[in-house]
Design a protein around this ligand. Sequence first.
Ligand SMILES: *Cc1c(COP(=O)(O)O)cnc(C)c1O
Length: 239
Amino acid sequence: MTTIEGNLQGLHQRIAQACAQAGREANQVSLLAVSKTFGPDAVRQAHAAGQRAFGENYVQEGVEKILMLREAFAPSEPIEWHCIGPVQSNKTRLVAEHFDWVQSVDRLKIAERLNDQRPDDLPPLQVCLQVNVDGGLTKSGVAPNALPALAAAVSALPRLRLRGLMCIPDPAEGFEAQRALFLQARALFDRLRAEGFPLDTLSMGMSDDLEAAVAAGSTMVRVGRAVFGSRPKRITSAA
Ligand SMILES: *Cc1c(COP(=O)(O)O)cnc(C)c1O
């Protein structure tokens, strides 16, 4: 068994345990393997172990990997690529043309560019809105009070499909404090659903805090280090 395969098995156990603890079914939480900074070989190994959804933070790096791996897998076992990092205006075309999902939309202008640039022969781009639950002024993410208007505007764009919310709260001390932050995202998610938005994805939880996220209702955890090992320091600044 490869290290990555063993890590994935361990992670599925961790997720199942977190679900059991929270009184949820293990199949209610999917695993996004965050392959940023790792090469195509790491993705191949994870794919061989059954992993199908991968997340990339840096658009350029992600697209290079997507292109390198495009012919690598049978059409019956395709990879689903998620962009989870900040998207600048000058990168929207790359995202629209190569990714299946983008989880980090926090401005209408970016959503409109993605909509305009999504190729006609591809299915709509699946979108999560990144929400800034703990309110850091310098952080990415839409402010909670601006979320309903953004959700309405994005829902009206025909080449995007709004699937849910994503959040990256600051690390908090201990399980309860972390869960409290995730519950804020959960409340926003529930409110949008109650208003009629057909959302099914609440993307939250990473290697160090996935138990708290699952306890708060996460439907997708995004895990890098616990799958692939610790990350080498980035030496380029290309975003
Ligand atoms: C890097 C990253 C992750 C994964 O973080 P780990 O701590 O390696 O599990 C998840 N989400 C986003 C947005 C990231 O940038």
